[in-house]
Design a protein around this ligand. Sequence first.
Ligand code: SF4
Length: 440
Amino acid sequence: LVEKVRPGSPAAALGIRPGDRLIAINGQAVQDIFDYYLSLPEPRVDLEIDGPRGRRTVSIRKEPGEDVGLVFGPESFDGLRRCCNRCLFCFIDQLPSGLRPSLYVKDDDYRQSVLTGTYITLTNLTKEDWERILGLHLSPLYVSVHTVDPRRRAYLLGSRKAGEIREQLARLAAAGIEMHCQVVLCRQLNDGAYLEETLEYLSSLWPSVASIAVVPVGLTKYRQYLFPLHPFDRESSRRVLNQVARWQEQLRRRLGTRLVFAADEFYLLAGRPFPPAEEYEGFPQLENGVGVARLFMEEWQREVRRLPGKSESSRLALIVTGKAGYRVLSPLLAQLRARWRNARIELLGLDSRFFGPYITISGLLTGSDICWGLKPRLARLRREQAAVLLPNVALRENREFLDGYTLESVRRELSLPVFAVRPTAKALLRKLEVVLWGSR
Ligand code: SF4
């Protein structure tokens, strides 16, 4: 289904409209979006289109590699592939009821993995899917491995097929497909000796396995009827970091790469500093929360050095973040205050009342958390004409928080100016300047 047609494109010139359907390219029925991408190098494509004006074929002559100009809705033409697992740690199973339906969708689609970097388990692949992946050399893929012990993986994922992971990864590696892997670590389930075995096997597939992220399981307060899982604490996080560091050192000597990286959350839980930027080797697992804090800190230091000195600000800027963001930002604000001595900036790290105490990342802050957290301070904040700055990663499309609050409804409830800011140091510093002094 054509969602948009790029203005000025060959498709627009030929009258293809949003709502039309692409049926075939050069006489071949389209299976998914890869058929469209693969046609791009051609200097001429015949598109069979079905729409309100009936079915027709249009011929497009274009520069080889030039985009025809079609943008498709759900990236994969035949709908999103769902997962067929019942993972003991599934985050979606731990969501409260009553949220918007899209949040409960359990996707496990290899096409999305290639296009957008979402993680897949490989458990729902058919023979045809394998032919497609290998035949088109779809790379890189993002694979949720968790463990390579067949029985343990089948148990963790609640799927017999999950036990085939070693053969599946080896098959992808033999085809030269690049893989970024993740291990969602659960205490006493796939840590310790299981993690040892997993890292041993995955590193044997280097360079096809190009990076491995070890991330702690996310636990919300809605687990009453689910498998009992234990959150990582200081000691268990330190053990994980020690294990990862040992592997990094060994792999660096053996392969010339650290290959495996621990999530920022482990460093925060363990109370250890984040590794220097170069130890993240290009930050291949940022989307997984690996190295985000270090990257932010580096950018912050660079940007703060460039800032001009400022006089006293008349209003207050309140930066609201999660507990994890608070721990990263508070030492950085001390640096900023040395530069902007009289700036009135405060930082508030909120607990997640909505998801419970083990969820600390700002991306999962909800509108109700923010309203609840600011209520006791409201009189003072209004008196001081405070502006509230939130990380925009807490908002989904339409400026909506996970709990259905919107930026507008938070503004209304607080009667304060509230701004959503991109989670980069540059964007935050720029916004602070604007709200504190009106401009640069
Ligand atoms: S693969 Fe597992 S964790 Fe992911 S959505 Fe499915 S059940 Fe949940």
